[in-house]
Design a protein around this ligand. Structure first.
Ligand SMILES: [Zn+2]
Length: 268
């Protein structure tokens, strides 16, 4: 049995156990969501349980993958010529994962893997997509977190994609005269209401993914070029249990949510 199973007969009830029901804290299902990540598989490792939950509740979701993940191999028998083949493999894996999650559309921006910068060009490309798709919610990483404990230094591509996504969400997408050629393309300004940042060291919203955890794991299994024969379910269940346990949830994904428009979701 898990070593963290509480001993309810002896232990005093910690203050943190007394809290509102989780259902009251979980945000309403957003109507339209744009999920922005650097590499194929980033979305599945991080937010796939929430996306699958929202998709099943009727959200329209656009997934944006900034690179094709063509640097994602350390096979010593391969050289740089493998990048094109690997890009194709990883795009296919990503599309299969999106299908598992119920995501309707995936866009690849084909920026070079391993060399991503939070450039104005990338911010503009993401601004264009936000203005076209007009989401209530943008989902991306937390660009401010570089170190996770002593064990993981966040990939620079993750930080760059998250930085550009945040800057596109605010202020660029809603600023009429930013990138004026977008206006000439007919793309009117649009303010997403919320930005959901995953991987934050200051989470304040938890999504209960108990029902969609198996879907998340199945989506992740589509990334065969990356996970090989690993029992990735074990790792994902561990992370989701860790995120959920202080909230009284079996499995959760944790977010810091930035509020851009403090209004009820637009339902028209
Ligand atoms: Zn990645």
């Amino acid at each position: 049995m898990p070593e963290y199973e509480p001993n309810l007969t002896d232990a005093p009830i910690p203050e943190m156990r007394i809290r509102k029901p989780q259902a009251a804290q979980e945000p309403a299902t957003p109507k339209r969501v744009i999920s922005i990540h650097a590499h194929p598989d980033d979305q599945e490792f991080t937010v796939a349980g929430s996306l699958a939950k929202w998709a099943r509740a009727g959200s329209e979701i656009l997934s944006v993958i900034v690179t094709d993940g063509e640097a994602g191999s350390n096979d010593p028998s391969k050289d740089g010529s493998f990048r094109t083949e690997l890009a194709g493999i990883r795009r296919e894996e990503q599309l299969r994962a999106a299908h598992v999650l119920g995501i309707q559309e995936t866009v690849f921006l084909h920026y070079p893997d391993g060399e991503l910068e939070a450039s104005l060009r990338l911010r503009k490309d993401l601004t264009r997509l936000i203005r076209k798709f007009r989401p209530e919610v943008v989902v991306c990483g937390d660009p401010t977190v570089r170190f996770y404990g002593n064990s993981y230094m966040n990939h620079p591509d993750h930080r760059a994609a998250a930085d550009a996504a945040c800057d596109a969400a605010f202020p660029s997408a809603g600023s009429r005269l930013s990138f004026p050629d977008l206006l000439e393309e007919g793309l009117q300004p649009h303010n997403p209401h919320r930005v959901f940042l995953h991987g934050s060291d200051r989470p304040d919203v938890w999504i209960d993914i108990t029902e969609t955890l198996p879907v998340k794991i199945e989506a992740l299994r589509q990334h065969r070029s990356q996970i090989g024969n690993e029992d990735v379910g074990k790792r994902i269940r561990g992370w989701a249990a860790e995120d959920g346990k202080k909230q009284g949830l079996a499995y959760a994904e944790a977010f810091r949510v930035m509020i851009i428009v403090d209004e009820p979701p637009d339902r028209d």
